[in-house]
Design a protein around this ligand. Structure first.
Ligand code: SAH
Length: 259
């Protein structure tokens, strides 16, 4: 990448980070869904060690922390998200057991077999579903759990427009059954799989995003990149409304077994 390109790229990343710093979540989901996924997980105590990978500003982490006693480490690539994450933990007065750190998901700072639970909502696609399951497994104790949400196909066939659109953004996007098979092959028992309700997109994602877009366009009035970014997001919402019976977010909960 040339320096000039790098600068443009970094500028865009900063803008995107700035935008998503104003929203509670950076992907579809809801507190109810986080708790539903958590309901499949047993054996957690105040000694449990938990990682939330690609935690963003920690919307789901704070929900988890209010229902689980153990120690939670949130990890994200973007320092600004982690600053907000740590402010949120402080406001809830749980900063002694809930900490955000800047870290890439392909270079986790944990010991082998240290974690009781790996959480990751709407982020595993950054490393790849199969790769994430395989590489993160060693950090889990046998009998420990992984709970990830990931965008998935609901059907074997779908219209070309939605197929092209999603495959461009998520080259490894696949059907639920293929992903469950990957979980099994990677050395886990697939414990539960459920589709996130549409409200996780409409109420908890697109609605706050659309309020944030107005403020963002005011703040960056005349900025082409900001305008394009908002236009892309609006298109993304349109596409979802048009094709939502073909794809959506799915939670996968699995338990590590000896292999
Ligand atoms: N879990 C949050 C955020 C999901 S958005 C939620 O559900 O609201 C995906 C997150 O993954 C973003 O916060 C992004 O910064 C983070 N991310 C992207 N690539 C990453 C990487 N290589 N390592 C760690 N985090 C990454």
């Amino acid at each position: 990448m040339s320096n000039e390109n790098k600068t443009i790229h970094e500028f865009e990343l900063n803008l995107i980070c700035d935008f998503f710093s104003t929203t509670k979540r950076q992907g579809p989901g809801s507190p109810e869904v986080t708790l539903k996924a958590l309901s499949f997980i047993d054996n957690l105590t105040d000694k449990s060690l938990i990682a939330d990978i690609g935690c963003g500003t920690g919307g789901q982490t704070m929900t988890l922390a209010e229902h689980v006693k153990g120690k939670i480490t949130g990890l994200d690539l973007f320092p600004k998200f982690i600053d907000i994450f740590n402010d949120n933990a402080e406001q809830l007065n749980i900063q002694d057991r809930v900490k955000g750190i800047v870290r890439s998901m392909d270079n986790l700072p944990f010991q082998d077999e240290e974690l009781d639970l790996i959480w990751s909502e709407g982020a595993i696609y950054n490393i790849g579903f199969g790769r994430g399951l395989n590489e993160w497994r060693k950090f889990l104790k046998t009998g420990g759990y992984i709970a990830v949400s990931d965008v998935s196909w609901f059907t074997e066939k779908r219209p070309a427009e939605i197929d092209n659109y999603c495959m461009q953004q998520f080259p490894e996007m696949d059907t639920i059954t293929t992903k469950v098979a990957l979980i099994q092959k990677a050395g886990y028992i697939p414990v539960a799989t459920f589709i996130l309700p549409i409200t996780c997109w409409t109420e908890h994602y697109f609605a706050p995003l659309s309020r944030a877009q107005e403020l963002f366009l005011d703040k960056y009035a005349g900025n082409k990149i900001a305008e394009e970014f908002v236009a892309f997001q609006r298109y993304d919402a349109e596409i979802y409304h048009k094709y939502k019976e073909f794809y959506g977010y799915v939670f996968f909960i699995a338990k590590k077994i000896e292999q």
